[in-house]
Design a binder for this molecule. Sequence first.
Ligand code: NAP
Length: 341
Amino acid sequence: MQFSVTSKHILIGGGSGFVGRALTQALRARGDRVTWISRTPGEARLTWDDIKTQGIPDCDVVINLAGKHILDMRRRWSAAYRDEVLRSRIETTQTLVQMINAKSDTATSSAPGLFISTAGKCFYGSQAFQSTEEYFDLDERSEPIGVDYPARLVRLWEDAAADIDTQRVRHVKLRLGIVLDSHGDAAGDTLGSVIRPTQGIFPMLHAAFKRGLCVTMGSGVQPFPWVHVDDVVGIFLQSIDRAEMQGIFNVVAPGIVSNQAFTHMLASGVGRRVIGRIPEVLIKAVVGLDRSTILLLGQRIKPTRTLESGYRFRYPDMRSCLENLLGSAGSAGEVPLGVRS
Ligand SMILES: NC(=O)c1ccc[n+]([C@@H]2O[C@H](COP(=O)([O-])OP(=O)(O)OC[C@H]3O[C@@H](n4cnc5c(N)ncnc54)[C@H](OP(=O)(O)O)[C@@H]3O)[C@@H](O)[C@H]2O)c1
């Protein structure tokens, strides 16, 4: 792990989550101080109420990762849930923008030098195609290809960060793909993580595939815009360390595969065969129309500006990613990955 030249104080909204914990561990390992902003008080934490009443403490970097999980299957997709998904992103972002700007307005400005706002790859919207080949490349310079509910959500979420005082504060906007990591909590290797997706999607998929439930989502032709958690952390660290980085960066691996190819590679990796597909109609019925596009219609996103910034992915392709994830998930007896991609 690299060490920064001088240690920094970094404030992370939603730092207690899946991505935030991985990032916190890496920051602390290189000597940085991390404070989380959370709904729950605790050691090395401030609450959102603390921030609203007292402002942000002196710090070098503010990151926002807060957001109610959009695919929490314990909750019915109701108006109340939709509202929480939206408000948890927009209100936390607005609070941070307001408090950073207030700090930069003071005569003895002690505003943080950097704000990293995050959003999702769903910014690019979705469109149904009949084959994987019909999907075309989208990068940081692209407009959405079709505006669905997740794309509208992400647009509002990004807009909430737009008022940051960029004259004084560097603004990096990260658009995250589906983050893959195998280090689940106690429930991470059980089908229970299907309904408690606190460690990302991989432990749940791994648990299902190991039991032979190797299925594609719908047609399977849709791209699967993924990224290994180590690269997510790596891109955050580079964004902090490289003063020239600003604007939008896609946090997706260069080697996007189709859902079908991913399904075959993971099945092969756990020594199983693909047994079929979950019909679209069933997915729509279970997760609701609004969210179904996340699973059924992907985007072929390229991390063009991220690569231009000099970032080198540790896991640029699905093969290297799965070898790492299946290795660290302790998949004894599993077989080498198949070549169908
Ligand atoms: N993981 C992915 O694959 C992925 C992909 C694309 C985008 N993203 C986005 O990246 C961000 C971080 O992802 P993640 O997987 O680390 O998220 P996560 O683990 O589901 O949650 C992050 C944190 O958000 C806070 N939070 C949850 N509900 C909230 C609410 N109603 N109001 C305010 N805060 C709330 C929680 O912190 P406290 O309990 O401490 O308050 C939680 O630890 C999220 O905004 C997510 O949408 C993630």
